[in-house]
Design a binder for this molecule. Structure first.
Ligand code: FRU
Length: 521
């Protein structure tokens, strides 16, 4: 049985009102709903992005795996639905491996199969009705058509909330095997399994609750990286997405740093803000403080379900998240397409004051045909400088290194209208030492009561300098501060024609060392 639908569904024409929100360098499905990135794999010279997709509509439902490919992680081609829901199951999130050794028997040693490991969310009518279990699908034509394995599901716990398997190849002291990292979502547990052939799985251990645990744990990932490039200092990153209960409210991604020995994940003490979980601290100031101390991939409202690509050459680790928040995801004011992915982000580990932390760099490609405006050294004091406007159809990258000095606020005003009544403001507040992304007056905020918000992250100046890389793309602002140590992502839906950008300094003098605005053509 081939599980691919023959073609994409009929297209509806995007109304002019929402076409202007369509991003230039972030993936959106052509005319349907999407959520989590799934099955991220580099294969045959292409990055494959599978994704939670409703092939029949613009809200969550009929969950299937959509499919898109890219050579540069910026421009994507959407393909027909890869793994479709049917009468028995919805096809929930999961991952993909290249079965190089043909342990599954789905391919050959010369032409390995791509194997998707996904969650079957069984429907009424299925003999497994009401449970979530792990299943396989495979492709022997480089990901274009898919078959579900007739022996599905391959791993069940008779649980209603066992999902989101991430599988990777592990090689350690006890030999090589496949490791699966999945969740018991409502128990706030990551569960670890091993397999030799992807079809039979043995339980190894579990981890959690710990740190942010005030919602379901979803979409985990686990991978090793060298600290500051040192091959003799390898740490493991365990990503655990949480919904709700993230630091900015609703859904968000946290991570732990530690060791994985092929059986068990042991977190470093320095990555545990609340060893038994924030919820064990009750409704206290200590709980609120602990939530701030958890390790967040992103401090904004709109970065969820981040997971990494497998099989990327040169040991690069690249993640993509879903640029949305379950608080209001189904109500975003775009149709028929709804939701996009974040930019791909290359992740590394670095030591910060003795603790290991993730840093992220957006994958933006070369500057080839871009248009760039560079400003000379600027001294600003209760004054502003106008930056190039946003250009419809293009994304912008604003890069700056600023010494806030005695200024109270250094603020980028983005997507502004003429009288400044509508804008999105990214500001550094010297008194609190926080970076704030404020979308309360960003345009259309009315579509959901939880959308109008201001998010903030603690930020340590680097020898007195604020370093920002801001990627602005039609309906989003992604901020990479202090060389990627602090990341904030928010959706915004600006008013028609609100395209003005400026940098303003208030409450004292600040020095703008470097400032460049690049319009990506
Ligand atoms: C996360 C999630 C996953 C699940 C999928 C269903 O956003 O809830 O846990 O597999 O979405 O679409």
């Amino acid at each position: 049985m081939s599980s691919s639908l023959d073609a994409l569904p009929e297209t509806a024409t995007a109304s002019a009102g929402t076409a202007r929100f369509r991003p230039a360098i972030h993936f959106t499905a052509r005319d349907t709903w999407l959520n989590d990135p799934n099955g991220l794999v580099y294969y045959g010279g292409l990055y494959h992005l599978f994704f939670q997709n409703n092939p029949y509509g613009s809200v969550w439902g009929n969950m299937s795996w959509g499919h898109a490919t890219s050579t540069d992680l910026l421009h994507w081609t959407e393909h027909p639905v890869a793994i479709a829901c049917d009468e028995a199951e919805d096809v929930f999130s999961g991952s993909m491996v290249v079965d190089h050794g043909n342990a599954s028997g789905f391919g050959t040693a010369d032409e390995p199969a791509l194997v998707a490991i996904y969650t079957s969310a069984f429907k009424a009518g299925s003999e497994h009705s009401g449970t979530q279990a792990q299943s396989l699908a495979y492709s022997t034509d480089a990901g274009m058509t898919w078959r579900k394995y007739e022996g599905n599901p391959v791993l069940t716990r008779n649980s209603e909330h066992f999902r989101d398997p991430k599988v990777f190849r592990y090689e350690g002291d006890f030999g090589a095997c496949w490791i699966m990292v999945a969740v018991e979502a409502q128990q706030q547990k990551v569960v670890f399994y091993r397999s030799d052939n992807l079809k039979t799985w043995d339980f190894l251990s579990d981890f959690g609750p710990a740190n942010a645990d005030q919602g379901e744990w979803e979409c985990p990932d686990l991978f090793p990286l060298p600290v500051d490039g040192d091959p003799d200092n390898i740490k493991w990153v365990l990503i655990v997405n949480v919904n709700p209960g993230a630091v900015a409210g609703g859904s968000g991604g946290q991570y732990f740093i530690g060791q994985f020995d092929g059986v068990r994940f042991v977190p470093d003490a320095g990555s545990l803000a609340a060893p038994s979980g924030v919820s064990a601290l009750g409704d206290s100031a200590a709980a609120a403080a602990a939530l701030q101390q958890c390790l967040w991939l992103d401090w904004g409202r709109d970065c969820y379900a981040s997971v990494s690509f497998s099989n990327v050459p040169d040991g690069r680790r690249i993640i993509i998240g879903w640029m949305n928040n379950w608080d209001y995801a189904n109500q975003l004011p775009t149709a028929p397409w709804r939701s996009s992915m974040t930019l791909a982000r290359a992740v590394r580990l670095t030591a910060v004051n003795g603790s290991v932390r993730v840093v992220q760099e957006p994958v933006l490609g070369g500057p080839a045909a871009d248009e760039q405006t560079t400003f000379g050294l600027l001294e600003l004091r209760d004054s502003a400088v106008r930056l190039p406007d946003a250009v419809p159809g293009n994304a912008q990258v604003i890069e700056a290194e600023i010494l806030p000095g005695d200024a109270e606020h250094v603020a980028f005003h983005l997507f502004g209208n003429e009288d400044g009544s509508s804008e999105t403001v990214l500001s550094y507040n010297s008194a609190t030492g926080r970076l704030i992304l404020d979308r309360r007056r960003s345009g259309d905020t009315e579509f959901h009561p939880k959308f109008a918000s201001a998010e903030s992250a603690p930020l340590v100046l680097d020898n007195g300098a604020l370093k920002l890389q801001i990627v602005v793309d039609h309906c989003s602002v992604e901020v990479f501060a202090q060389d990627g140590k602090v990341v904030l992502t928010d959706l915004v839906f600006p008013e028609q024609g609100s395209a003005g950008n400026r940098l303003a300094v208030t409450g004292g003098p600040a020095t703008v060392r470097t400032l460049t605005v690049t319009t990506l053509r």
